[in-house]
Design a protein around this ligand. Sequence first.
Ligand code: PLP
Length: 391
Amino acid sequence: MAHRVASRMQQLGTETAFEVLVRARALEAEGRDVVHLEIGEPDFDTPGHIVRAAQEALEGGWTHYGPSLGQQDLRAAIAQEVARTRGIAVDPAQVVVTPGAKPIMFYTIMALAEPGDEVIYPNPGFPIYESMISFVGATPVPLPLREQNAFRFDPEEFRALLSDRTRLVILNSPANPTGGVLGAADLAAVAEVARERDLVVLSDEIYGRILYEGEFASVAALDGMAERTVILDGFSKTYAMTGWRLGYGIYPRWLLPHVDRLIVNSVSCTAAFAQRGALAALTGSQEPVAQMVAEFRRRRDFVVDGLNRIPGISCLRPRGAFYVFPNVSRLGMSSKALADLLLQEAGVATLSGTAFGSYGEGYLRLSYANSLENLGKALERIAGAVERLPA
Ligand code: PLP
């Protein structure tokens, strides 16, 4: 029997990191040793006080359904945190807690974009943006992020992409996959246009605390932007809680009832005991975050210096997140072929830059959320594989 699925499923993309992880695990099952630089998650364990808070919550009966938008005290703590870190006023009623931050993308794009609408999104960028824009039938309009501009967009190029059909602009800073950070002038350009044209901005700020230089800045803090910005953030990266599935959005009031219905129709609410852990994360010591970021900085420098010593590879020093995006175009093969070769022949799992969109050709993405020892091993293996390439 031919099994038919809805035609919209053809529009849905995926996240290659999970596919490469499966291939890497298959090689490991055959006895091969693989260094994992493909998946975007901190290698640290969730800090103990957060784990204990969730354990106590489970034993204390936090095992039932809760409010769809999140527990009240957690929403209040998130509002306070976002207000403090962005310098804006946030009402706890604007906070929406979700299982991971990804649903915030899903709900925002679903609630705002439809066939005929255009959505501007960063390319290379997190693959789910383009996937979701296509899924809802809207038109994805890539905003190129180029190495010569430290992977920030060019404000002139951004303006040239606008049309009467532009509905939503997606920003991500610090960025996956490049580690690039947008500057004040970039944010101002987006805010100016958003005000003029009555656009909404989805600002993915999930790496906001993983920043090595300067202060974090959100487009939401600019004049008139609070009522047209959705801030996406969460616990996965900052508190090493990827498997807990805990994220949040800060929504303008007019969008809240729509997001609420999307939640009720999909997940109902976020796990109750996990939210108690999230509260402990925000109200407890921030020392583990500081230590993790300091360690990431050491690894960043180690990896960038190591990559720049390999003939044919050059790598910028990213200002945020835990990825590097080295230029491998001089090696004379496609990014995908190189990533495949490094996995198969050298036992290093990386992602092709094209996993993040067409503007990623010529680059690889390496996550340095791995020990210095493993990073050293990966650099040696990459150098060896590059040396063996036919001239
Ligand atoms: N946004 C960006 C830019 C990311 O890189 C990720 C995860 O890799 C997410 C959002 C999703 O985070 P979560 O695991 O909380 O859903």
